[in-house]
Design a protein around this ligand. Structure first.
Ligand SMILES: *Cc1c(COP(=O)(O)O)cnc(C)c1O
Length: 373
């Protein structure tokens, strides 16, 4: 039996005709940039997330960058003095910190909660200086960061909050969905995310009409009206083909989320009582969408080898915490600075969790993991 980490072909089989019809309609229209499909997707995702507005952009990374730019965390060549600081977790996908750097601000790392892998609000508070302008809590693997203390701290120090919801569309905390905690939230439609496009794509959620307007300027070179540039933006636009494909998938998102959660429950039960495996800790106030199912084990590398030998897909997210990345060396961090981030990088492993997994496949994965111990 072969079990890939993700099998998008199974999903496409269900959507084939609808997707082809939607793509065909775009081809017939020959209208590829913006337009009705993008506007419809923005409306649908805002409604799904319960936010005032949503702005389609070219990727999750650009959703973060354009959020920073729209919130005026964006160094101009004429700025003098030290750079703005933005606090991000040391353990996340690179784009969270890379986008801060690209905006001309300094990423400042904080450690994570060892149970949820999300930013530790205490560590965040310790990193605040008088140059701190914003924090980017990441809702990693589909579970919301601890937003109550994060929002309180941000309010106390007048910090902007950009949620990195790239892995967490529709995730909830105390019944509130991602996108309703921060000034903006970045979503990604990278194909491996729960709502995956036919290529790259992203969206910014916001409850602030002014920020939404600035985001729409930023994604189009800061232009408004045509050929008049209010600020320097970029080309962060979302393609009509992407929007058409995503609109087909959006109506299935909750069903797929339920299937992911059922798969997670299967693994939770299968690994129950096994001391060498720590299963995901989902806090009672959280509703995870399980973009990934992450186990932690002192025997991580042996499990990985065994899974690979049995043709089971698995992956280490993320083997090098951000403070130890070569490109961030000039920031002066060293090994030992963020013990929880480093521990996670050394001990965690993602197992297949995609919706269409069969019970036989799930059982095979669970048995193979156990056999490696
Ligand atoms: C995927 C991801 C991004 C970037 O999204 P892209 O669409 O790939 O640019 C940012 N942050 C996190 C946490 C992600 O998982």
């Amino acid at each position: 039996m072969k079990v890939p980490l993700l099998d998008l072909k199974a999903q496409y089989a269900e959507l084939k005709e609808e997707t082809r019809a939607a793509i065909d309609a775009v081809l017939e229209s020959q209208y590829f940039i913006g337009g009705e499909n993008v506007a419809n997707l923005e409306k649908a995702v805002a409604q799904y997330s319960g936010t005032l507005d949503a702005v389609g952009v070219s990727s999750g990374t650009d959703a973060l960058l354009s959020s920073l730019m729209a919130l005026d965390i964006y160094r101009s060549p004429l700025d003098e003095g030290p750079a703005d600081e933005v606090i991000v977790p040391a353990y996340t996908f690179f784009a969270t910190a890379g986008s801060v750097w690209r905006a001309g601000a300094k990423p400042v790392f904080a450690d994570i909660d060892p149970d949820t892998y999300n930013i530790d609000p205490k560590s965040l508070e310790e990193k605040i200086t008088d140059r701190t302008k914003a924090v980017i809590p990441v809702h990693l693997y589909g579970q919301c960061a601890d937003m109550d203390p994060i929002c309180k701290t941000a309010k106390k120090h007048s910090l902007k909050i950009i949620e990195d919801g790239a892995q967490a569309i529709g995730a909830k905390q105390n019944g509130i969905k991602v996108g309703n905690f921060g000034d903006t939230a970045a979503l990604s439609f990278f194909p491996s995310k729960n709502l995956g496009g036919l290529g790259d794509g992203g969206m910014v959620l916001t409850n602030d009409a002014d920020i939404a307007q600035r985001l729409r300027q930023m994604r189009n070179h800061g232009m408004e009206p045509k050929y008049y540039h209010k600020r320097v933006g970029g080309n962060f636009r979302l393609d009509a083909l992407q929007a058409a494909g995503l609109l087909v998938k959006l109506s299935r998102l909750d069903k797929w989320g339920d299937m992911r959660r059922a798969n997670a429950a299967f693994y939770d039960a299968a690994f129950d009582g096994i001391e060498a495996i720590k299963t995901p800790v989902i806090r009672p106030e959280n509703y995870s969408i399980y973009n990934q199912y992450i186990i932690s084990s002192p025997k991580r590398d042996a499990i990985l080898e065994r899974l690979k030998s049995q043709n089971i897909g698995c992956e280490i997210y993320y083997p090098v915490p951000l403070h130890l990345q070569e490109c961030f060396k000039p920031l002066g961090y060293k090994k030992g600075d963020f013990p929880n981030a480093e521990y996670a990088a050394e001990h965690t492993l993602a197992l297949p969790i995609y919706p269409e997994l069969s019970e036989q496949q799930l059982a095979f994965v669970a048995e193979t993991v156990k056999s490696a111990l």
